[in-house]
Design a protein around this ligand. Structure first.
Ligand code: FAS
Ligand code: PHB
Length: 389
């Protein structure tokens, strides 16, 4: 088989890139390790920056997103039993959109399949070859048969546990990592959201987040120990702990119900440099991970796709390689800003096992300053809605 761009990974990065390229007449093949159903069963991000919304519109797959996405002009932050609002639009003129990654990925799958896009599911033993030459190719097994995909370029969109990053030689690759001493226990429930905007809460018992997917689908998280297992947490135990971490009036208003999904995600910050090697380009979680506190994971995958998409279009249309040659530098500049923001939000809102009483006082002072300072709120808002591409 032959294509112009081989895309490893059928998550949001790979599918969005494939659909954008298709709209410009550039052929791609997506190789996905799992099934469509498995990919869509994963509950992940919920907040879209307007840059990602614009990309979905450019890809021609934003109709449902524009219909069903919730435009949020701000968020709420709770600490020491009180809560204050922080307006994104007042400080930046820009909102965010609440629309689950699952639905975004579903829309992309539907669009690719409607366009006859080539997506190979259940691939195994993917090996990326000769990307440091002019004729890269990918080998893989599917349904017990060995296959080869010749291409011009390879986009590594296969997430943190994929093979693409490992294809870049260790003496070329430099990795930066910070692992946080806690995780997030997340619950999805068919209940009305407790608040019309998200609530990020720093309580003496730990972090909590109240989010949503639609008017009758809520997403809640509580910071949990890395030694916790999902089966340790009954629904009742989760709801009781969530209530303890929210201001009293919010806790009283919380509508609970059976969890339809419950999972624990570890938190880490991670970046690999460079994000390209010859004709291989890494996008999204294959190259970087952020703690979800700043809602940047999916949104930095989107800006990677934006840079790579434009680089490929410039090359195929005009033979101009500038965008491709500068991809890694351009993508990393924005990624490091998202890493910093996600790291700072995580430090501001979580209780760390080794925190001293003084450290807790510093967090409270930071939160009080954020409550009272328009310039501090503007700084957070600028980062939360997304820095320019
Ligand atoms: P993905 O990991 O989504 O997709 C990679 C795809 O590649 C997968 O479908 C995988 O099956 C496939 N693959 C892997 N290895 C392969 C191989 N060898 N061959 C072929 N295919 C292969 N972000 C937020 O903004 N907010 C959140 O709340 C949030 N919660 C998260 C919770 C969890 C548990 C995780 C893991 C991530 C979360 N994220 C969150 C981040 C998440 O949204 C990612 O940023 C987003 O999925 C990135 O998309 P992709 O880069 O496409 O990677
Ligand atoms: C979510 O709705 O899943 C969500 C929202 C905001 C975050 C993280 C996750 O910062």
């Amino acid at each position: 088989m032959r294509t112009q761009v081989a895309i490893i990974g059928g998550g949001p990065s790979g599918l969005l890139l494939s659909q954008l390229l298709h709209r410009k007449g550039i052929d791609s093949v997506v190789l996905e390790r799992k099934t469509r159903g498995y990919v869509l069963s994963r509950i992940r991000a919920g907040i879209l920056e307007t840059g990602l919304v614009a990309l979905m519109r450019e890809a021609g797959v934003a109709d449902r997103l524009d219909r069903e996405g919730f435009v949020h002009d701000g968020t709420h932050i709770a600490f020491d039993g009180e809560m204050f609002g922080l307006s994104f639009t007042e400080h930046t003129g820009t909102p965010v959109v609440v629309y689950g990654q699952t639905e975004l990925t579903r829309d992309l799958y539907d669009a690719r399949e409607a366009a006859g896009g080539r997506i190979v599911f259940n691939v195994e033993d993917v090996v990326i070859n000769d990307t440091d030459g002019d004729a890269p190719f990918v080998t893989y097994n599917v349904a017990g048969k060995s296959e080869r995909l010749d291409c011009d370029y390879v986009a590594g969109c296969d997430g943190f546990h994929g093979v693409s990053r490992q294809t870049i030689p260790l003496d070329i690759r430099k990795e930066y990592e910070k692992v946080y001493p806690f995780g997030w226990l997340g619950v999805l429930s068919e209940t009305p959201p407790v608040n019309d905007e998200l609530i990020y809460s720093n309580s003496r018992r730990g972090f909590a987040l109240c989010s949503m997917r639609n008017a009758n689908l809520s997403r809640y998280y509580i910071q949990c120990s890395l030694s916790d297992h999902v089966e340790d947490w009954t629904d009742q135990a989760f709801w009781d702990e969530l209530r303890r971490r929210l201001p009293a009036d919010v806790a009283d208003a919380l509508v609970t119900g059976p969890s339809i999904e419950k999972s624990i995600a570890p938190l880490r910050s991670f970046v690999t440099e460079p994000m390209q090697w010859g004709r291989l380009f890494l996008c999204g979680d294959a190259a970087h991970i952020v703690p979800p506190t700043g809602a940047k994971g999916l949104n930095t995958a989107a800006s990677d796709v934006h840079y790579l998409y434009h680089g490929l279009v410039d090359f195929y249309r005009d033979g101009d390689r500038t965008g491709l040659d500068g991809y890694s530098q351009k993508a990393l500049a924005r990624i490091w800003q998202a890493e910093r923001f996600s790291w700072s939000m995580t430090n501001l809102l979580h209780r760390f096992p080794d925190q001293s009483t003084f450290d807790v006082k510093m967090q409270a002072a930071d939160l009080a300053f954020l409550r009272d300072s328009p310039s501090a709120q503007r700084l957070l808002a600028q980062n939360y809605v997304g820095l320019p591409y």
